[in-house]
Design a protein around this ligand. Structure first.
Ligand code: PLP
Length: 387
């Protein structure tokens, strides 16, 4: 039985060796980062080093990084009514229809204060509709992700920032899927708040950060109590998690320039291989995408069956549909793009990472070739809705 092939990097990534080493070292630090003695100072130094790496990775200062328990908490910390915007305190939240569930949930805004910005058929946020929504009400906090976790589509974040700021609002960018995968700079994006997460870049699960951009000087804490994180997030810090996050970010950013062309070539090889199946559609292929994400379907394909089929072939992939309480729901991302439910139910996602090899991509293509012969046998190709 050959080794397993992991192609579900957008769900989570294997721990980088640098992150593991930093975490093991941090586990042996006895001090609380808030303590003034030598042990405490040593722990604090590790934490502040990690903070500096993450800040530099986004082109900002360390004091603007607030460590959290992950992307979900950072999104919840960011999305709060009353943040001071140029046109006054934000009273409503505008979120793109393809955001992660933790953004769609609206943070601390009342459900009635949350409005949805539609996307086009490629999964790109509709900036015209955003402008209209901004013009039609009080100052808004807008949340648009840097890259979508299902399709990999990159959003026109700087353009969105310009529109939002012209209307006197603030912009939050969920960069969980983009940070460490493509070059990002908080000032170039002109984002006021940016969310990042450790486990998408080879760090541990359960660590992340909210990073403050130009327009926001402070956050409204979710967790109150001790004065940790400058009073922005109470609770003794997850030192090992933060150390692992810093080390993973350092490694990801150091190898980004080399990883990008390598991953782009692997991604192209993967999609060329998959496309040998007639009628196969790669979602959002016409849009600018992350160089690691492929979401595809084929006539008559059922995603759950395909994911199990890949798994039996030794390959971990995921479906574009969310499975909750045993019931498979079509993806809200594909729904927002206007993809019909039959095609959406057949969406399968393969996502690559820095240690993915050509041989692994070729195994995935070969597994798909085999699976497609059984799963698509006798299917009516006209059944596939076109995009
Ligand atoms: N935002 C996006 C775009 C994500 O893909 C994820 C994780 O899947 C999150 C936020 C949540 O991050 P975490 O798992 O660190 O809470």
């Amino acid at each position: 039985m050959p080794d397993r092939v992991y192609l579900d990097w957008n769900a989570t990534t294997p721990l980088r060796p640098e992150a593991r080493a930093a975490m093991v070292a941090a586990f042996d630090l006895v001090g609380n980062p808030s303590s003034v003695h030598d042990e405490g100072r040593k722990a604090r130094r590790v934490m502040e080093e990690a903070r500096t790496v993450i800040a530099r990775g986004l082109g900002t200062a360390a004091r603007r990084v607030v460590f959290t328990s992950g992307g979900t908490e950072a999104n919840t910390l960011a999305l709060v009514p009353g943040l001071k915007a140029p046109a006054g305190g934000v009273e409503r939240l505008l979120v793109s229809a393809i955001e992660h569930a933790s953004v769609l949930a609206g943070g601390r805004f009342a459900p009635a204060a949350v409005q949805t910005i539609p996307v086009d058929r490629s999964g790109v946020v509709d900036v015209g509709r955003l402008e209209a929504l901004l013009a039609a009400g009080p100052p808004a906090l807008v949340s648009v992700m840097a890259a979508n976790n299902e399709t990999g589509v990159l959003q026109p974040v700087s353009q969105v920032a310009e529109i939002v700021h012209r209307a006197g609002g603030l912009l939050h960018v969920d960069a969980v899927q983009a940070f460490g995968k493509i070059p990002l700079d908080i000032n170039q994006m002109a984002a006021d708040l940016v969310t990042v997460s450790a486990h998408k870049i080879g760090g541990p699960k359960g660590a992340g950060a909210l990073v403050l951009g130009g327009g926001v000087e402070d956050v409204v804490p979710v967790l109150r109590g001790g004065g940790q994180e400058r009073g922005r997030r109470a609770g003794t810090e997850n030192l090992a998690g933060i150390a692992g996050f810093g080390a993973a970010a350092g490694a990801a950013l150091a190898t980004l320039a080399a990883d990008l062309p390598r991953l782009t070539a692997l991604h192209e090889r993967l999609e060329a291989g998959l496309r040998q199946t007639s009628g196969l559609t790669v979602f959002s292929a016409e849009a600018a995408r992350l160089p690691n994400t492929t979401l595809f379907t084929a006539p008559g394909l059922k995603a759950e069956t395909a994911v199990i089929g890949f798994d039996l072939e030794g390959i971990a992939v995921s479906s574009g549909s969310a499975c909750s309480s045993g019931k498979v729901q079509p993806s809200h991302v594909l729904e927002a793009m206007g993809v019909g439910s039959a095609a959406a139910q057949g969406a399968v996602r393969l996502s690559l990472g820095w240690s993915t090899t050509t041989a692994e991509v070729d195994r995935a293509v070969e597994a798909w070739r085999k699976l497609s012969m059984t799963l698509l046998k006798g299917r009516d190709e006209t059944a596939l809705e076109r995009f």
